[in-house]
Design a protein around this ligand. Structure first.
Ligand code: HEM
Length: 415
């Protein structure tokens, strides 16, 4: 990675997010980029990299000039998923991540009342029961892979229980979510697996559709899906197609993120025995640990994508209409200009200025749920396995946008 001095405009950099070691520790490379310039053009990725906090925040705030809608990209083409599983592409294209402007604002307005902190807090007993069940299953094992044995299994069950997927159909729902997650990485799919994945997606969509119709007939009190169905804004309501898209947004937004946050939080705690000891006597400190993991060891490999709706001057360069910008939160959250001693892990840091859940109109809709899940998982793991220890350093696998922790082996009990 080095700035290319032969190009005065735009300042291009070579950047290799798939290089060995980047997923395990991207921070030296990101620091070099951040120190060199606020923005640099990454030719191979056809995108601007925004590595400093100030510019990243300014662009998150400026949804009028920077859209999340890929259709505005100069190189927009058919997405990989559309070619493989068109049903899923259709859902995603109508979901929160893809929409922008007035369409996005309308959907957010209708969805937000269902996901208030209070509505999410009501899920706590169910999340606890799910986590306990999974921990019961692994408790006989001497060592576990926290990612595949614990973390991977939590989000599908939590979302399934949040939507109250009918009893006996949970396995189908889990297969649907698994297929949906796999198909986001079309490049990693084996062609022979595609027909089965597509069938799982089709069956899953039918199941969610049935669940929505059943809830329309029989609304439940204090129920998130019922609230989503009933919320009305000036005569406007969510259609079944929109509800389906929303479920797919919850899967896109809430699965890999939660899984990785569990893995990275466990790892960061196990690397810091004093902090771990402190959390054992002060369980509430886990909240600060989680926020600090999101800042200090952000699991993003790439940044949040934005597309310029007009020519914009930022940080001494001109972003042209139609260009892609990647807001590198992993770098911005280590920016000394925004966080003092940014390279120090401090669980008692005031992280009000963290943008790990985004900012502005696209601020993470699942932030309350993510925090709840993480607090429950970490506190339960530590209560049950207080002497847990790291067996070896985690291993990382390929992924286009996440520092994908594949394996985090821990020993649950001291010998
Ligand atoms: C576990 C940690 C999580 C992190 C770090 C995270 C991070 C983010 C970020 C940075 C954004 C903004 C995207 C952008 O501006 O382009 C976002 C949006 C979103 N997140 Fe999360 N997320 C997490 C968990 C969840 C969960 C658990 C759910 C739901 C179950 C969820 C659902 C969403 C949705 C639906 C959006 C789109 C909101 C919109 O565009 O209006 N996220 N998330």
């Amino acid at each position: 990675m080095s700035p290319d001095s032969t190009q005065s405009h735009p300042p291009t950099v070579s950047f290799s997010p798939d290089a060995p070691g980047f997923a395990a520790n991207p921070f030296p490379v990101l620091e070099e980029l951040r120190k060199a310039a606020p923005l640099s053009y990454w030719k191979e990725g056809r995108a601007w990299l925004v590595t400093r906090y100030e510019e990243a925040l300014a662009m998150l705030r400026d949804s009028k000039r920077f859209s999340t809608n890929r259709a505005h990209w100069e190189f927009a083409s058919v997405s990989g998923i559309a070619a493989i599983i068109p049903e899923l592409a259709e859902l995603n294209n109508a979901g929160l991540f893809a929409l922008s402007g007035a369409d996005h604002a309308r959907l957010r307005k209708l969805v937000s009342p269902a996901l208030t902190p209070r509505a999410i807090e009501r899920l706590r007993p169910e999340v606890q029961a799910i986590v306990d069940e999974i921990l019961d299953e692994v408790s006989g094992q001497d060592t576990v892979n926290v990612v595949s044995d614990i973390a991977d299994r939590i989000p599908p069950r939590v979302i399934g229980s949040m939507l109250k997927i009918p009893k006996g159909r949970e396995t189908l729902f889990n297969r649907f979510t698994e297929a949906a997650v796999k198909s986001f990485l079309p490049g990693l799919l084996r062609p022979e697996d595609v027909p089965a994945l597509r069938a799982d997606v089709q069956e899953g969509i039918a199941l969610v559709r049935e669940t929505i119709e059943e809830r329309r007939r029989n609304p439940l009190p204090d129920d998130i899906l019922t609230t989503l169905i009933q919320t009305e804004e000036q005569g406007d309501r969510l259609s079944t197609a929109e509800l389906l898209s929303l479920v797919s947004s919850l899967i896109v937004g809430g699965f890999e993120t939660t899984i990785h946050l569990i893995g990275f939080t466990t790892y960061n705690l196990l690397k810091r025995p004093e902090l771990l000891a402190q959390v054992l006597v002060e369980p509430d400190l886990i909240k600060g640990v989680i926020e600090e993991v999101l800042r200090f060891d952000n699991f993003g490999k790439m940044g949040l994508a934005r597309y310029a709706l007009e020519d914009v001057e930022v940080g001494g360069v001109t972003i042209k209409k139609g260009q892609m910008i990647l807001l590198m939160l992993n770098s911005a959250l280590r920016d000394e200009a925004a966080f003092s001693q940014a390279d120090v892990f401090d669980a008692r840091r005031n992280t009000n200025s963290s943008i790990a859940f985004g900012y502005g109109v696209h601020f993470c809709l699942g932030a309350n749920l993510a925090r709840l899940e993480l607090q429950v998982v970490m506190n339960r793991i530590l209560e049950r396995f207080p002497t847990m220890s790291l067996v070896k350093e985690p291993s990382f696998g390929p992924h286009p946008v996440i520092r994908k922790m594949e394996s985090l082996e821990v020993q649950l009990r001291s010998r």
